[in-house]
Write a protein that binds this ligand. Structure first.
Ligand SMILES: [Zn+2]
Length: 473
């Protein structure tokens, strides 16, 4: 039974899909005005693991991630400059050129990290007509009002406002950064549509003004358009966006639908840099590209999944070295298993060696996607394999079974294990000839072939029952 932590109810709940066998999954995506940073890597690998585990569990997952390409203002504020427009001005190019560049960059990063592509990547600039329709509906239903060409959501009209962040409206008012905006009836109201200043390049005709959508409305419009005009299963994202972004999404969607937006809110936690919160002002911002210049992307992926997605992780110099050692350990293990199992085509394992590890893996993942615990089962399996190997007790059939198990669960971990250390074909042939020579008691030939193997930089270890193992010298 899969249990996941739901930020909406603040507890772990049993996962029950709305439609049997299917999962609708929406996650807030990045605002594409810069290269993605390590926090994005952590977040989207976490979402990828959740999606992959749902697929492993037999669900058909429809996974949607947006790219924000307009309306996200600097400092997540309600008034001020658009992040993309600001960057475009700086570089003296069109805002959509900025958008294309950084979408490309993020796709490159996530492909390297082996994050499965989303079913669709909607962008608000492609959804203006639907956004306008959605806002008109909110005005008609009495949840929103237009003033001087801008439209605001009236927080008072939605009594459940604050249910995700767990804050009451008056607390929100005290705690939040509230800009003085005389157009708003209540300082907590937020913009659905913003009348564009003359200099804003991306703007569209609407019943209210030549303007552009606010940051939050896109997720309500695009999730309902792509996952059905109804409640969907899982809403993902980073917990730094619970307020105001996710809270406002809920208000918009639930006011419009008259029902729950999403059943489960699974939000990842942030990455600190040297114990400090990452921020551009502190200049401790680390991009994915910077990390991948130094490390194999799979080291980065293993580092990310070695922590639980809801815990804060700290990134510092050498943080990835343990993951590097562990990836090497996994790679060597796989290579050994491949070499041993190559000796036993068609042979079947007599005992089910991996079932207890499979249970540990599934129990860990069923407990709110506990990847560090799931990995510890694999490290224990590696130790047990090595123990068997040292005692000459690892049969080719068992090696095959372990490999089969690994290939199955690695669909969830998503680690690409390089074949670089795979034993070359000609070496396998020489080893087979030597095995035959030994069986025929031709010790001279057997000895010559052993020397030949050593000359090629490998060593052949004889195991019980005429099995053998080839290792690099
Ligand atoms: Zn969003």
């Amino acid at each position: 039974m899969l249990k996941l932590y739901n930020t909406l109810t603040k507890r772990k709940e049993e996962f029950k899909p709305i439609h049997p066998g299917k999962v609708g999954f929406y996650t807030c995506g990045p605002t594409v005005y810069d290269h993605c940073h390590i926090g994005h890597a952590r977040g989207y690998v976490a979402m990828d693991i959740i999606r992959r585990y749902l697929e492993y569990s037999g669900y058909e997952v429809r996974f949607i991630m947006n790219y924000t390409d307009v309306g996200h203002l600097v400092n997540n504020a309600e008034v001020g400059e658009d992040k993309i427009q600001k960057k475009a001005k700086l570089e003296k190019i069109d805002p959509l050129e900025i958008v294309e560049r950084y979408i490309e960059s993020s796709k490159e990063d996530f492909e390297a990290l082996n994050v499965k592509p989303a079913n669709f990547y909607p962008r608000p600039t492609q959804y203006i007509a639907q956004i306008i329709k959605f806002i008109e509906d909110l005005i008609r239903k009495g949840y929103a009002y237009a003033v001087n060409g801008s439209v605001y959501f009236s927080v008072e009209k939605f009594p459940e406002y604050g249910k995700l962040s767990g804050r009451k409206t008056d607390e929100l008012l005290e705690g939040a950064r509230v800009e003085i905006n005389p157009e708003k009836k209540n300082p907590m109201d937020f913009a659905l549509w913003i009348k564009a200043e003359y200099i804003h390049i991306l703007k569209w005709k609407s019943p209210w003004s030549l303007g552009y959508p606010g940051w939050h409305i896109e997720c309500s419009v695009m999730s309902s358009d792509l996952l059905g005009q109804d409640t969907f299963d899982i809403h993902g994202g980073g917990n730094e966006n619970i307020f105001p972004h996710n809270e406002n999404e809920i208000a918009q969607s639930e006011a419009s639908l008259g029902k729950k937006m999403a059943n489960y809110w699974t939000l990842w936690n942030m990455v600190n840099i040297n114990g400090e919160k990452m921020s551009k002002s502190k200049n401790n911002h680390t991009t994915i590209k910077k990390i991948l210049a130094e490390y194999d992307p799979m080291v980065a992926r293993l580092w990310i999944i070695s922590s639980h997605y809801r815990s804060i992780v700290d990134y510092a110099e050498n943080s990835l070295s343990q993951a590097k050692t562990n990836l090497k350990k996994i790679t060597e293990w796989i290579n050994t298993l491949q070499n041993i199992s190559a000796n036993a085509p068609g042979e079947k394992s007599e005992i089910s060696f991996t079932h207890i590890y499979q249970k540990r893996f599934e129990d860990s993942m069923n407990d709110d996607f506990n990847t560090p615990l799931a990995l510890s089962a694999i490290y224990d399996l590696i130790s047990e394999t090595n123990k068997l190997l040292s005692e000459n007790k690892l049969s080719p059939a068992t090696a095959k079974e372990i490999l089969f198990f690994w290939n199955r669960i690695n669909k969830v971990f998503g680690l690409i294990i390089s074949d670089q250390e795979k034993i070359p074909e000609n070496l396998i042939l020489i080893a087979k000839r030597r095995k035959q020579a030994r069986e025929e008691k031709d010790f001279q030939l057997s000895d010559d072939l052993r020397k030949e193997i050593e000359r090629l930089g490998y060593v052949m270890e004889d195991l019980k029952g005429n099995d053998y193992l080839i290792k690099k010298l």
